[in-house]
Ligand binder design. Structure first.
Ligand code: GDP
Ligand code: MG
Length: 175
């Protein structure tokens, strides 16, 4: 129950990043508390909602989980337009996915919404032995580009709730 005087905020959130980075897995971990080793690839985009109650506000997320394949690229603006927050995800076991993430960040910066809350997320932190992208590389890139940075694992749930809570707090503060 929202307390009297609390803000009720509806916020669009978009996840972008290479196919296989773990976008759908992060959303399913957050929304359903589930993880699937053989998560099916997203076609086009998938839509989820989730409500987070903070002390000062209730945030209802409309989450657009995009596909990541190049052939769907032209659809992306539809999903990030009007978004309060964007989460750019890469797989820390893949340098390629880190490079793709940087391209998404550039595209988001070019669309020119200075209020957009942007997170860079290095997912699959449970696969430390296969790591290709150092924490410092992700952190440094995020810092230079004014993004927040987190390392997550959809598999172990590491930092997944923290990610969405942090976004909700930032949105509540800005609203
Ligand atoms: P998407 O294309 O970005 O939506 O990626 P998916 O969520 O479909 O995940 C791609 C593959 O990576 C699936 O086989 C997932 O089970 C796996 N995966 C996703 N997140 C993690 C993670 O944090 N750790 C591990 N070990 N595997 C993950
Ligand atoms: Mg997906």
């Amino acid at each position: 129950m929202a307390r009297a005087g609390n803000k009720n905020i509806q916020a669009k959130l978009v996840l972008l990043g290479d196919m296989g980075a773990g976008k759908t897995s992060l959303v399913l971990r957050f929304v359903k508390g589930q993880f699937h080793e053989y998560q099916e690839s997203t076609i086009g985009a998938a839509f989820f909602t989730q409500v987070l109650s903070l002390n000062e506000a209730t945030v209802k997320f409309d989450i657009w989980d995009t596909a990541g394949q190049e052939r769907y690229h032209s659809l992306a603006p539809m999903y990030y337009r009007g978004a309060a927050a964007a989460v750019v995800v890469y797989d820390l076991t893949s340098m390629d996915s880190f490079q793709r993430a940087k391209k998404w960040v550039l595209e988001l910066q070019r669309q020119g919404n200075p209020k957009l809350i942007m997170f860079l997320v290095a997912n699959k932190a449970d696969l430390e032995q296969k790591r290709q992208v150092l924490s410092e590389e992700g952190e440094q890139y995020a810092k230079e580009n004014g993004l927040s940075f987190l390392e997550t694992s959809a598999k172990t749930a590491q930092n997944v709730n923290e990610l969405f809570y942090e976004i909700a707090k930032r949105i509540a503060k800005a609203t």
